[in-house]
Design a protein around this ligand. Structure first.
Ligand code: NDP
Length: 234
């Protein structure tokens, strides 16, 4: 039986790569998309993670199609970068609402079925900036650091039920999110990456695939850097 998987923000970037990687390995994958069209060849459910109702409907649709969700990847995320003196309160609260409270909504809904099955895998997509900090990203870094405390607490709550919770901390990944940076900003970041290049979305997806595999059965509450060494030491 293929495993039922739900990936939020799975219509592009890292989320799409994770979805394609798991689907290619034989999983039954549902992806949420907030705007546009669902990606070809994957079961798409429309969902804005800032709405509990949307999240609930997305899970219900995925469950109706593929059975109880046993693997969840909370990947949906946004940036609204600016220095703190210029940051409007809604730029702070919106980023927290999507990146952190969104993951709370998704994980909470996911645990319902997982607790019943007494198995499950939850992966939260954080960021190297959770540990390093990042000027102009106080909102984003706070949301991504919050995911670590959230995920580790949840790992403690769910460990005895056969459910693992892990956090992936990508570094600089080539997606629409980073394409918004100008060439100087991109070069400055790449210079500090020991491996000397940005990650591809597939670099992240393959690590997520490992974390939800049988080989990672004894890993929970871990923060896995996938950053080419950028955050080394943190
Ligand atoms: P993209 O900007 O390419 O994609 C973001 C995805 O999140 C899209 O699918 C988007 O949907 C979805 N999304 C955003 N807001 C919401 C919402 N409110 N409800 C539902 N879905 C939403 O980003 P990446 O692929 O680069 O990033 C994916 C994750 O990885 C994010 O959490 C990001 O913070 C994290 N990350 C990225 C890094 C990078 O260098 N790119 C580095 C470290 C972490 P839609 O298409 O509808 O907008």
């Amino acid at each position: 039986m293929p495993r039922s998987v739900l990936v939020t923000g799975g219509n592009r970037g890292i989320g799409l790569s994770i979805a394609r990687e798991l689907a290619a390995a034989g999983d039954a994958v549902a992806v949420t998309y907030r705007s546009g069209e669902p990606p070809e060849g994957l079961f798409g459910v429309k969902c804005d993670v800032t709405s509990s109702e949307d999240v609930d409907v997305a899970f219900s649709k995925a469950e109706a199609e593929h059975g109880p969700v046993e693997i969840v990847v909370a990947n949906a995320g946004v940036t609204r970068d600016t220095l703190l003196p210029l940051m409007k309160e809604d730029a702070f609260t919106d980023v927290i609402d999507t990146n952190l409270t969104g993951a709370y909504r998704v994980a909470k809904r996911a645990t319902r079925g997982m607790l019943r099955m007494r198995r499950g895998r939850i992966v939260l997509v954080s960021s190297v900036v959770a540990m390093l900090g990042s000027a102009g990203q106080t909102n984003y870094a706070a949301s991504k650091a919050g995911l670590i405390g959230f995920g580790r607490s949840l790992a403690r709550e769910l460990g005895s039920r056969g459910i693992t919770v892990n956090i992936v901390a990508p570094g600089f990944v080539e997606t629409d999110m980073t394409a918004a940076l100008d060439a100087d900003q991109q070069n400055a970041i790449t210079r500090n990456i020991p491996l000397g290049r940005a990650a591809t979305a597939a670099d992240i997806a393959r690590v997520v695939k490992f974390l939800v595999s049988d080989d990672a059965a004894y890993i929970t509450g871990a923060v896995i850097p996938v950053d080419g060494g950028l955050g080394m030491g943190h």
